[in-house]
Design a binder for this molecule. Structure first.
Ligand SMILES: NC(=O)c1ccc[n+]([C@@H]2O[C@H](COP(=O)([O-])OP(=O)(O)OC[C@H]3O[C@@H](n4cnc5c(N)ncnc54)[C@H](O)[C@@H]3O)[C@@H](O)[C@H]2O)c1
Length: 445
């Protein structure tokens, strides 16, 4: 017998949403237009949806509506095209959610002063969503957070409206894995893990991402999806901690740690190279493992690997300061009164983001010990340092020769470190940027 199609009045809320997503008639919203939210909003708009971006930062909203991007990996031309076509609108007004079928929350999740999770941004955004929650709406949290956040924190706020999850509205967690500055992997081709509160929630969330992303991986719950992200970043933090410890050990044993890692990396299975450095930086690796250890502690479990890696990695900026003292000593100088130039303040190569950058920590520690600090970074025009605005020093022979010591803290591809060596009186290399160079001026991590 032939099935008669259901009329829209008898269709379930999930069927209606699935159909709208399929036909690209759904209106989508993204809250938080930063490194994660803006690329996502642009991808969804490029898939043919009308997308509303919401941010509390008026300046960002204004720039976007003028067709300008402030995120390095999102071309201004893409934003301009979408704004002109009426497919992307930015706003500070959350009431646009009333007309949206889906909303992805991509707000910051920093640590508090006590190094505990600060979920106040998630709470603020969820309260706004709750105010405009309506039947058939899909809400997805993308901010990195401790396992249990979606079910224990976000769901109660939304359920207070009287709407029922999995029937009237849908809630899921999907961790963001974007890697700013990575030319190979982006929002579209990085597999997307999704876990819903109920099977219906998972189904509609998967459907949304499938409209644009190459590969969607459904997991059984929001907690699993939350934990996946924390495993990934804890894995990095612990392995970086291990090689940082190995670097300190090799220095004692007078073995070149970089040569050791590069030879070990020739093993075609069971080994993955991680590299030592001046400390952890960015919005994820230094922060996310502490979301997990906090949650574990709350359940009476001590996450010892995480704490130990945090301890080793957190010590690296102090170690770099000692290397600077060693380098200055080559020319009989002390830290106090010396001019030190930090090369690279972005937290990693080829990007312009200085959040949690270990360079800032090193600069502050050197300043406290009496050094005169400046920095050179072609990706970062200026930074706030010691209460004032500090401008990037142009990378020229005349400029570099003014300093008693240079410190390679981040090695960008577009900087000639051979020139840095030529023009510096002494140089600390924390990134193996001077690989193969032999000079009495070099002090290596
Ligand atoms: N940056 C990365 O590489 C990366 C990668 C993976 C995951 N994450 C995670 O994604 C989340 C977002 O990180 P990000 O790097 O995009 O942050 P970001 O600081 O670049 O952007 C966050 C945006 O949210 C806005 N915002 C803050 N509170 C808001 C509110 N209540 N309502 C609306 N907008 C609000 C801010 O103005 C800002 O524009 C964090 O949980 C982070 O840990 C980041």
């Amino acid at each position: 017998m032939k099935k008669t199609p259901k009329s829209s009045s008898t269709k379930s809320a999930s069927d209606v949403l699935l159909q709208r997503l399929d036909k690209r008639t759904a209106r989508l919203a993204v809250i938080g237009l930063g490194y994660v939210g803006l690329p996502l909003a642009v991808e969804l708009a490029q898939a043919g949806f009308e997308v509303f971006g919401i941010d509390i930062d008026e300046h960002r909203v204004k720039q976007l509506n003028q067709g300008k991007s402030y995120i390095q990996d999102v071309p201004t031309a893409d934003v301009r095209t979408l704004v002109k076509a009426g497919r992307f609108h930015a706003s500070t007004d959350f009431s646009v959610l009333k007309k949206c079928d889906t909303v992805n929350i991509c707000v910051p999740t920093p640590l508090s002063k006590q190094r505990d999770p600060d979920v106040s941004y998630i709470v603020a955004a969820s309260q706004e969503v709750a105010q405009h929650l309506h039947k058939g709406m899909l809400v997805i949290l993308e901010s990195t957070t401790y396992p249990g956040t979606t079910d224990e924190l976000v769901l109660p706020m939304l359920a207070e409206t009287g709407l029922v999850v999995g029937k009237d509205f849908f809630l899921a967690f999907s961790p963001e894995r974007v890697d700013p500055g990575n030319p190979q992997f982006n929002t579209r081709n990085i597999p997307k893990v999704v876990g819903g509160v109920t099977p219906a929630c998972s189904k509609v969330a998967v459907k949304l991402y499938e409209q644009r992303l190459d590969h969607v991986v459904a997991v059984s719950s929001t907690q699993v999806a939350e934990m996946v992200k924390l495993l990934e970043n804890t894995f990095r933090s612990v392995n970086i901690g291990l090689v940082n410890e190995l670097a300190l050990m090799c220095a004692r044993l007078k073995i070149d740690v970089w040569e050791v890692i590069s030879a070990a990396a020739t093993k075609p299975f069971g080994f993955m190279p991680f590299y030592p450095g001046p400390g952890l930086g960015g919005h994820c690796i230094p922060i996310d493992p502490f979301y997990l250890s906090w949650k574990a502690r709350a359940s009476g479990f001590e996450a010892r690997f995480i704490e130990l890696a945090g301890h080793v990695n957190g010590h690296m900026p102090d170690h770099v300061v000692e290397l600077v003292a060693e380098a200055l000593n080559i020319n009989g100088k002390a830290i106090r009164g010396s001019k030190v130039l930090v090369l690279g303040v972005a937290y990693k190569a080829d990007i312009d983001d200085v959040r949690e950058s270990p360079s800032l920590d090193i600069m502050e520690k050197l300043r406290e010990r009496g050094a005169k600090i400046e920095y050179s970074d072609p990706h970062v025009a200026s930074i706030r340092f010691a209460g004032s605005l500090l401008k990037h020093v142009p990378f020229t022979a005349t400029q570099l020769k003014r300093f008693d010591c240079a410190v390679i803290a981040t090695a960008h591809k577009d900087v000639s470190y051979a020139n840095a060596l030529r023009w510096s009186k002494a140089i600390v290399d924390t990134r193996n940027a001077l690989k193969g160079k032999v000079s009495k001026k070099i002090v290596r991590l």
